[in-house]
Design a protein around this ligand. Sequence first.
Ligand code: GDD
Ligand code: MN
Length: 362
Amino acid sequence: MSKSLTLVIPTYNESSNIIPLVERIEAALRGHDYEILFVDDDSRDGTADVINNLKNTHPVRVIVRRDEKGLASAVVRGFSEARNEVLVVMDADLQHPPDIIPRLLGAIEDGADISIASRYVPGGGCADWSGVRKLISRVAIFMARLVLPPARKVKDPMSGFFALKRSVLEHKNLQPIGYKILLEVLVLGSYRKVVEVPFQFQLRQQGDSKLNINQEYEYMRHLFRLSRRSGEIARFIKFCLVGGSGVLVNFGLLWLLTERAGLHYAVSAVFAIETSIITNYLLNNFVTFKDRRMPGVKTFIGNMAKFNLVSLGGLVINLAILTFLTEIAGLFYMISNLFGIAGATLWNFFVNNWWTWKDSKN
Ligand code: GDD
Ligand code: MN
């Protein structure tokens, strides 16, 4: 028999969905020990009343928030009020089919700390979505992956349907903005194993989606805040400082080899460039990415080769931007070069982050 669990379900104007939802959960979880904890943001359509009317016959509870709004923060409130060791998060509008819950729980019983109902593993999907909505979803996931390494561990870090052990959240101070509670859990939680279970995101039958353009803006804020809280912004700053040190090494050696060793300046430059790439690599390896450094001489050399290759790409990007802005856009070449350096820095940072110092746990 499975451990007892709390389903945390955020609601805002979902009165017509509550009864069918509770009945379908009941059918799916026969034999399980569970409570359903709704967190309602003071809905205008009597959602809380519908839930309270079920109290005597069903294991339901509702918290009504009057001081705060928002899906993700409602879920966090639910986490803190939940009484059981396993937590399941889902929507109230039946777009998350309750018959998937036993599979999520099965994965937890088999040792996963988090199990996600995923649209993007084989067998999953969201059939009714338009091409544009699918594209927006993909772009949002790509952006999360780019700036938040833990989002690279799973195919659907944006799912609002997942299960987790309470221990994942212990001593964690979740402060999500907007909709993406799972992203917050993946970035700040403590866990080892994440499993994805395919599911089909259903059509909404009743009521309206609360997603609007403001959510896109909130999403950006959320990504930025998570980057900061998880240390990724600090990592980027370190990476830029290391780059600056490389410029000094490059200039210093160019001068030394030309003026003191008597080499032709172009020959000096070859040594100066390669040496600065190597010092950059060493500093990044032991400072910027020290948390992801992997043991072994082979990896060390292999990563140095990767870093060189990425730097070569950065050089090409720098040159391309420099000539494009100067020749086509008519900027002064020193100004163009600033943009060139910025472009190359971003390229170097993200590609090294994703490839050279790939998180081995990904
Ligand atoms: N308490 C509370 N407060 N609940 C809210 C709020 C709010 O401000 N806004 C929405 N909800 C509830 C809804 O009542 C519903 O149960 C659930 O959160 C999802 O809201 P929808 O408005 O139906 O969202 P959606 O269908 O557009 O988005 C879903 O898909 C996303 C992936 O594309 C959600 O499942 C998201 O969690 C998911 O990330
Ligand atoms: Mn929905």
